[in-house]
Design a binder for this molecule. Structure first.
Ligand SMILES: Cc1cc2nc3c(=O)[nH]c(=O)nc-3n(C[C@H](O)[C@H](O)[C@H](O)COP(=O)(O)O)c2cc1C
Length: 354
């Protein structure tokens, strides 16, 4: 109700501006100890039955924030205060990059959706690493789990992409709990070609070899697009099984524009980018379900795509996801989204360790 009003105000700003204004406001509030406690009391939902053990990690609840929201690991305290069980930072690339020209993020309110062509704008892995190191030092008892979502720089040719993933892995492994290899964003030219088996194998096996040498190994997950063909999905499953990948994140945004209520002239005016939110929900769920069937539950799955409510989250979990992530739903539903989902899962006992 209250967020409905605030959302109307925020939606008068450009989406990127609204994002910064909101997060900076929450940050200011969290800097004041008692206010932070008030926010935590309001937004967090504690229930031991929502805890989940996966890849040797203990998730305090199964609701995470998808990559691209906190690209530079600036808002971890705030996101923990809002109740998230885990957050994927990034996508981080070796060198900082500005991303595409603005405007590059668009709302489709009639469809409860967003289109973005951010293009991996981020501070670069060295700065993000320092920020994470500082946060870890200042928050040694935090239960928030952090996933490092890693990618390649725009200027790096695909044949050298594996080196970019290696640089990010090497820099971040002391400070993140798990990794997500992102080869599925539509906004870096050619990136999605890395979803082909040979390219993937090279990137993932190299990371696994480096991981094997570490004292504290980090689970490595792969994030895929919803636009893969059945054949490509089968390749992903075969590879994931063969190399014993730790998990899959399904799915990223789609390049499809099917079934939208927003007038096609507006869609055309927006142009290229990844579509997220309600329009990807069903398709993402189908991908989760297919992956679950084909892997027989041997490879954990994080479900992402169009989750707004507890029912949406339950649908992904029932389809075979072990954890879920929100992004567009956070923009439309506001800061109660995690609590609402957790309450629903707790009430309906949907979230059980499988
Ligand atoms: C503005 C924006 C930026 C995003 N940036 C990234 C990114 O950097 N890396 C990534 O793996 N996914 C990124 N995503 C994809 C989300 O993490 C998520 O997988 C996708 O939006 C589907 O979930 P949703 O329907 O709940 O938004 C981004 C999404 C949006 C809307």
């Amino acid at each position: 109700m209250l967020y409905g009003l605030l959302r109307r105000l925020l939606f008068t700003l450009s989406p990127e501006k609204a994002h910064h204004v909101t997060m900076n406001l929450i940050q200011e509030s969290c800097n004041i100890g008692f206010l932070r406690q008030q926010l935590a009391n309001r937004f967090q939902f504690q229930d031991a039955s929502l805890e989940k053990n996966l890849f040797g990690l203990r998730f305090s609840n199964p609701v995470g924030l998808g990559a691209g929201f906190d690209k530079n690991a600036k808002y971890l305290t705030e996101l923990e205060t809002l109740g998230f069980g885990f957050v994927e930072i990034g996508t981080v690339t070796p060198k900082g990059q500005a991303g595409n020209d603005k405007p590059r993020l668009f709302r489709l309110p009639e469809d409860n959706a967003l289109i973005n062509r951010m293009g991996f704008n981020n501070d670069g892995v060295d700065i993000v690493r320092e920020r994470l190191a500082k946060w870890r030092k200042e928050n040694p008892n935090s239960k928030l789990l952090i996933g490092g979502n890693i990618g390649k720089n725009k200027v790096t040719p695909n044949e050298d992409a594996w080196k970019d993933y290696e640089i990010c892995f090497d820099a971040l492994h002391p400070y993140v709990d798990f990794f997500v290899v992102n080869v599925s964003s539509p906004n870096t030219p050619g990136l999605r070609e890395l979803q082909e088996k040979d390219a993937l194998q090279r990137i993932l096996m190299n990371l696994q070899a480096r991981n094997a040498k570490l004292e504290h190994k980090r689970p490595i997950l792969l994030k895929i697009a919803p636009d893969l063909t059945t054949e490509q999905l089968d390749d992903v499953v075969a590879l994931a099984t063969e190399i014993k990948l730790d998990g899959l994140v399904a799915t990223n945004t789609t390049i499809s524009r099917e079934g939208l209520k927003t007038p096609s002239a507006n869609i055309q005016a927006i142009g290229a980018g990844g579509l997220s939110g309600k329009p990807v929900q069903q398709h993402s769920t189908q991908v989760v379900q297919y992956l679950r069937q084909q892997t027989g539950g041997t490879i954990p799955i994080i479900g992402s795509g169009g989750i707004f409510t507890g029912e949406d989250a339950a649908q992904k979990l029932t389809a075979g996801a072990d954890l879920i992530e929100v992004w567009t739903g956070f923009i439309y539903e506001g800061p109660y989204i995690v609590k609402n989902i957790c309450e629903y899962l707790s009430r309906t006992k949907t979230n059980r360790n499988k």
